[in-house]
Design a protein around this ligand. Sequence first.
Ligand SMILES: N#Cc1c(N)n[nH]c1N1CCCC1
Length: 329
Amino acid sequence: QTGSANTNPSDSADDEYITNVSIGTPAQVLPLDFDTGSSDLWVFSSETPKSSASGHVTYSPSKSSTAKKLSGASWSITYGDHSSSSGDVYTDKVTVGGFSVSSQAVESATKVSTQFVQDTVISGLLGLGFDVGNTVKPRAQKTWFSNAANSLAQPLFTADLKHQQTGSYNFGFIDTTLAKGPIGYTPADGSEGYWGFTATGYSVGGAKLNRNSITGIADTGTTLLLLDDDVVNAYYNNVESAQYDDSQQGVVFDCSEDLPSFSFGVGGTTITIPGSLINLTPVSDGSSTCFGGLQSSADIGINIFGDVALKAALVVFDLGNERLGWAQK
Ligand SMILES: N#Cc1c(N)n[nH]c1N1CCCC1
């Protein structure tokens, strides 16, 4: 068995990607942010304060004949950007791309932070990280993918995110026609709950890859490519107008710049991010100053291959073999 779901950028900056998920009986369809960097499936619900839920599609367990309260269970999560949410837990049928998990932990939000209240295009997150990262207490719950894995044709999923176009999350199969190059596989470290891996080197503007390895995570829930300062500087030294903008909290440059590509080696293959994907968006509507898609990870303490990097590749999240596959597209 397999599943295939379309995913769409939330706005003109590809800030996040929205995927519809069916929860309960009859189906309640919620737009969720699929996040390989976390491991909770949580939603805005009938239990979310009305003022916070305004503008959001919500899940009502009382309207689902298959919903069951998970007695005594609670959850609370804080993300790296300091956004947070918490609440209680139900189990219900959850269908993604036509594949159903009959009893999935659906974490209902009784509290959500301002960032989520304001982000009305999503109704929550579907974590695709490792189960060790799940925040439900007293007993951690499995992710939707973890519950699905044994019934899928293969215990893997792929992410095909695109710039300003519809992409896909496929479950249980690899559609190699989505890629232009071979899939390079490398071991994945799930011990922290993330999909950790090591790139073997990098280069700017089509030069030969160096041998400076980069260890980081493949994270669909992060917009940017966040790397060490020495890598960021090596890149922007090639961008004449690049400067650090305190108010924007990042490197900006003239939108008219012809940006170099950024390449990294992984699993014996090379993934090249075209410069166009690194010109993320004007700092404000109509501005001729643009914000960089490559920024420093120094304040985070972990390198994050977020959507800017993922948009250049077909990425295979292979749980069965504890490995990540990257293919140029
Ligand atoms: N910060 C952060 C973060 C991350 N590294 N992966 N997913 C994240 N979020 C999902 C929703 C809010 C933040």
